[in-house]
Write a protein that binds this ligand. Sequence first.
Ligand SMILES: [Fe+2]
Length: 136
Amino acid sequence: MVCAKLRRNLPTPEILTPEQRAGADDGYRSHILHVEPGGAFSIIGLVWRPGQITRIHDHLTWCVFGVIQGIEHEELFDAELNLLGESDNHTGDVSGFAPPGDIHRVHNTGDTTAISIHIYGTDVTRVGSSVRRYYD
Ligand SMILES: [Fe+2]
């Protein structure tokens, strides 16, 4: 349901300011765009310059995400960190997951800055982060 809503309402990169869209040299950037009153979900904008990558991690809650610029390459791992699969998410792609089984890493493998919108089923300002655990 959230997937379908985001697919129908996927914003353009202009939902972020030019400064936010520029990203940063020292790693990807995360911008909180909205926290639903009551804390049911949060909407985050992520900005990755080419080559930037997350640590291997999983999440506290379900997540629905849509790529609004560039490419995000995702690798999925099992609990022993064996690679289970990988996929490229292109501009306009919307997908989602829910724990458990969401140990993953995201990498901008394209040659332009990548931007995506992530919706997490919690108030990230209250719990501090959407990440449950890092695995490295
Ligand atoms: Fe993640």
